[in-house]
Design a protein around this ligand. Structure first.
Ligand SMILES: Cc1ncc(COP(=O)(O)O)c(C=O)c1O
Length: 452
């Protein structure tokens, strides 16, 4: 009975896979508020040219610099597990595999892109990076990467997460970063939100506004984003490439792949390398899993909207709940984003990627089942993928169908134990679909592009 399927360090991918090369239609271009496409120069105030090149590239394979691959050896290749004990507990004929991205120093997939982004900024001569963080995983990852490349990092951490996870803040400080609870009174964006909502719990959209504003106003500082944009998903494709190789070693191929989806980076990371096969005719279901309280792909229209709460970014065509939607304070902080990756959104809109929304209590139930069978305590974000995989495996138990299921364990939950505490004390709730709040924020979609 084989549990872990491992690769050698030399088998870390040498290239990132760019899904744009296999998409049936080119990506919808970013737009200005006047409804005209914006060129790469609009990004130059906050990103280095080498990253902008990746953002707009249609090349299928992009080489991973040796300096980046060297650092990736600290945790890559990540192990692929066969979840024998979870399968037994579910009494399912399905085979369940999971890619364990919790094995990185920060505890999730996020360092895969943090290292690449810090490297490219270093090469471009940048000394400081500003960023947002929701779950704290991204802030930790960029703090670590900044430390490794000698770049100062400032993190705007969504206030509700800052309060739920004080030790994430300490971890970022351990890696040399400054951390502030967002909204702050240090930026115009933060002050605007606080004037209207003094008790705002914050959101990823607000924290992005603060970090992007700071980068735009300081010559020595660039902005770094932990998800959503094309280059971020590109850097995460090491996950799916490794998983494919690992499954081939045991003669398997997934029927379906699940990953939690906030801005889409770990979903794109595991799913896109399999999309290449799907585009070539292979039958594989790619399923993004989101919370019912922030149901971007399943309930949000596909429309042009801002990537941040204040409206500082170019308009991106994506599934969105409206840029000023502030999702309920669920514990999966990394899934509290109003929009989604434009690449994932376009593929979902074209029917090539599926999505499902799962309520908070079901995700924690699945997380506890996973911890008690497989041992690892999953991050609240990751429990969404587990819950979807468990649903599918239970269907197989009823029908007798032996599906092969792969999911991404995007992170561990060692800093999320207060959420587990609240679950055990029956203090967690399932939020209703916040229909009125979403309707209200959708009425603020940029007028000029409302119907494009
Ligand atoms: C553990 C974990 N999983 C998933 C996510 C969701 O982000 P993304 O959709 O970009 O992978 C996050 C974001 O912070 C996270 O920390």
């Amino acid at each position: 009975m084989r549990t872990k399927i491992l690769l050698e360090e030399s088998e870390i991918p040498t290239h990132w896979y760019n899904v744009v090369a296999d998409m049936p239609n080119p990506p919808a271009p970013p737009m200005g508020p006047d409804g005209k496409p914006v060129g790469p120069d609009a990004l130059q105030a906050i990103f280095p040219d080498n990253i902008i090149e990746q953002e707009i590239s249609a090349e299928r394979w992009i080489p991973i610099p040796e300096e980046v691959r060297n650092i990736l050896t600290l945790w890559r290749p990540s192990p692929l597990y066969r979840a024998h004990r979870l399968e037994q507990a579910l009494g399912t004929p399905a085979k369940i595999y999971y890619k364990n991205e919790s094995a990185s120093p920060a505890g999730s997939h996020k360092p895969n892109t943090a290292v690449a982004q810090a490297y490219y900024n270093k090469v471009a001569g940048i000394k400081r990076l500003s960023t947002e963080t929701g779950a704290g995983q991204w802030g930790c990852s960029l703090a670590l990467a900044g430390q490794l490349f000698g770049i100062d990092v400032r993190v705007y951490m969504v206030k509700v997460s800052y309060e739920q996870k004080p030790y994430r803040r300490s971890m970022m400080q351990t890696w040399g970063a400054e951390v502030y609870a967002s909204p702050t009174d240090m930026t115009e964006s933060g002050r605007k939100i606080l004037a209207e909502h003094p008790d705002s719990p914050g959101s990823l959209g607000i924290a992005i506004s603060e970090a992007a504003e700071e980068a735009a106003n300081r010559k020595d500082t660039n902005y770094s984003l932990g998800s959503v944009l094309n280059h971020v998903l590109l850097h995460q494709t090491v996950i799916g490439q490794e998983a494919k190789k690992q499954l081939a070693l045991v003669g398997d191929y997934p029927d379906e792949i699940y990953a939690p989806c906030g801005g889409g980076s770990n979903f794109g990371g595991i799913a896109f390398p399999f999309f290449a096969d799907k585009a070539a005719g292979k039958n594989v279901r790619l399923v993004a899993v989101e919370p019912t309280s922030c149901p971007t792909l399943t309930k949000g229209p596909y429309a042009y909207d801002y990537g941040d709460a204040i409206g500082l970014t170019p308009l991106l065509k994506m599934h969105t709940l409206g840029h000023d939607f502030v999702p309920p304070g669920i514990h999966a902080g990394g899934l509290r984003y109003h929009g989604d990756s434009p690449l994932v959104s376009q593929l979902h809109h074209e029917g090539l990627v599926d999505a499902v929304a799962i309520p908070q209590l079901e995700t924690f139930e699945a997380g506890v089942l996973f911890a008690s069978t497989e041992g690892i305590v999953p991050a609240p974000e990751s429990t969404h993928a587990i819950a979807a995989a468990v649903r599918s495996a239970r269907e197989c138990a009823k029908s007798g169908e032996p599906r092969t299921i792969l999911f991404n364990l995007s992170g561990h939950g060692h800093f999320d134990m207060s959420a587990y505490d609240r679950y055990f004390n029956n203090e967690l709730e399932d939020y209703e679909f916040p229909e009125e709040a979403i309707e209200e924020s959708l009425s603020h979609l940029p007028e000029v592009l409302r119907n494009s």
